[in-house]
Design a protein around this ligand. Structure first.
Ligand code: GLN
Length: 484
């Protein structure tokens, strides 16, 4: 089935004109019609527009143009601006807002001829780890419909795992690409902070947010990253560093590379099947010729607390703009203050309110030094832990998550338990380094995907992709399909 193809499969088939973008796009839309009633990865999709984009790509192909993404359907998390499409961040507060412009990554995809379609479900304003905080209902894990797909980019991961699109985009502030990729059995990459422009990404925590790809294999991740990356004068935090040909790094050779295993990551709450799968993956990498070295990241214990201070502080500032005056929904009041209160009171869900309250508190005078300033200092120590480790190793290997996908409702009443499920992914954002998750096995019963996380040096995406690719090519896990 065409919708099960990878980007690299399609590039060959489309180039030889063995299929058309219209056929590929239609097969994704058919799959959505068949399975999305159960999964709910999409909150909306405009089929007429998607097919029109496919026809435009087919014209370019017919005229002899070629390119790795030309004619490939890619679905988008509801946090990225796509001109003339709805943009809700899965919140009620944006009402019927449609985006007046394209995010830089969307411009790049469109220029490459991708079919940019659909709005994918997510936790409201990307705050969450399960997609249960969406104002549009929960997404279900394609491997087990009573389980969460992870979050916040749960729709992006589920749509790729269920072959409803060829690849998708998500955003990662504390794990929101890698964690759902792990729980749904796909490849998710959070680039180095500054690698990809954030222009047109609705900000959650601006010093942590990055956009990245969800794909069916590592090669596709490399292909998509190359298109997304690069300096953008509209995002001053994007770095003017040349963009490598990432796919060229996939040479299958990890001989002599040093991989660090952080001793602090073997925590008590780590599920035994997850641990066994990660141990086996480490052995496999060793068999492929890598050298395994124990390392220490001594400030790991403080990562979750540090993250939830910095992320909420930045969120409280970023979300101040949703006031009922400038964007989206408005709930009137007798005066402007009451209008703000009514709009924000009714527009934001409970988790977003919790974050705004926490963030406002840690920034308030009297508490700023004790919380926010101290968290910034700890953040520096966490980054230094990594930079020190990378003097000895080429990459770091960890589990992506402490457990496989949990049941819908299991943690939704316990925010702290939910926050702790991000324990392995959060440090990477605080340090600004790249991280990738790829499938490394399954639990037995029910059969649920397990993810392996690779962390790299700043701008070391090539190394991560190279190691991930060598591992993937020597294991069967990425080929398995969710039972739909
Ligand atoms: N789960 C984390 C949070 O709730 C990370 C979210 C994200 O990366 N957007 O903040």
């Amino acid at each position: 089935m065409l919708n099960q193809s990878t980007i690299s499969d399609l590039a060959t088939k489309l180039a030889k004109r063995e299929t058309s973008s219209r056929e590929v796009t239609q097969s994704c839309l058919d799959q959505i019609a068949r399975v999305d009633g159960q999964i709910h990865a999409f909150i909306s999709h405009d089929d007429v527009d998607a097919l029109a984009q496919a026809d435009a790509a087919d014209k370019r192909l017919a005229a002899g143009e070629r390119g790795p993404l030309l004619g490939v359907p890619i679905a988008i998390k509801d946090v990225l601006a796509v001109k003339d499409q709805p943009l809700n961040c899965c919140s009620k507060i944006l009402g019927k807002f449609t985006s007046p412009y394209d995010a830089t990554v969307i411009e790049k995809l469109k220029a490459a001829g991708a079919v940019v379609f659909g709005r994918l479900n997510m936790d409201e304003f990307a705050m969450g780890s399960s997609t249960e905080n969406s104002a549009f209902g929960t997404t279900r894990n394609p491997w087990a419909l009573d389980r969460i797909p992870g979050g916040s980019s749960g729709g992006s991961a589920a749509a790729v795992a269920a072959d409803q699109c060829i690849a998708s985009l998500g955003s990662d502030t504390g794990g929101s690409i890698r964690q759902p990729a792990a729980l749904c059995g796909c490849v998710g990459l959070k680039p180095t902070y500054g690698r990809v422009s954030r222009y047109g990404l609705v900000a959650f925590a601006s010093s942590l947010d990055q956009i990245g790809p969800f794909t069916k294999d590592v090669r596709d991740s490399a292909i998509l990253l190359e298109t997304l990356s690069g300096h953008d004068k509209r995002d001053s935090s994007s770095v003017p560093q040349p963009v490598p040909n990432y796919a060229a790094a996939l040479d299958g050779n990890v001989k002599g590379l040093k991989l660090g295993l952080p001793k602090e990551y073997m925590i008590g709450g780590l599920d035994s099947e997850v641990k066994a799968a990660v141990d086996a993956a480490v052995k496999q990498l060793e068999k492929l010729g890598a050298e395994i070295v124990e390392i220490s990241l001594p400030h790991t214990d403080y990562a979750v607390a540090t993250y939830y201070i910095i992320a909420t502080a930045e969120a409280s500032a970023n979300l101040a703009r949703f006031d009922g005056i400038r964007y989206g929904a408005r709930v009137d009041g007798a005066d402007p203050i009451e209008l703000y209160g009514n709009t924000r009171g009714q527009g934001f869900g409970p988790e977003v309110k919790r974050r705004i309250i926490l963030g406002t508190y840690v920034l308030s005078s009297g508490y700023y030094d004790a919380y926010y300033l101290r968290a910034q200092k700890v953040r520096t120590l966490i980054r230094q832990d990594f930079l020190k480790a990378f003097e000895k190793v080429d990459a770091i290997v960890t589990p992506t998550t402490p457990t496989a996908a949990f049941k819908i409702g299991e943690k939704s009443d316990d925010p702290l338990q939910m926050y702790l499920s991000d324990i392995f992914t959060i440090s990477c954002n605080l340090a600004g380094i790249p991280g990738l998750s790829l499938p490394c096995g399954f639990t037995k019963s029910p059969k649920l995907p397990i993810g392996l996380q690779l962390l790299g040096k700043p701008f070391g995406e090539e190394m991560l992709l190279k190691i991930a690719h060598a591992y993937e090519q020597s294991t069967p896990f990425h080929k398995e399909k969710a039972p739909l």
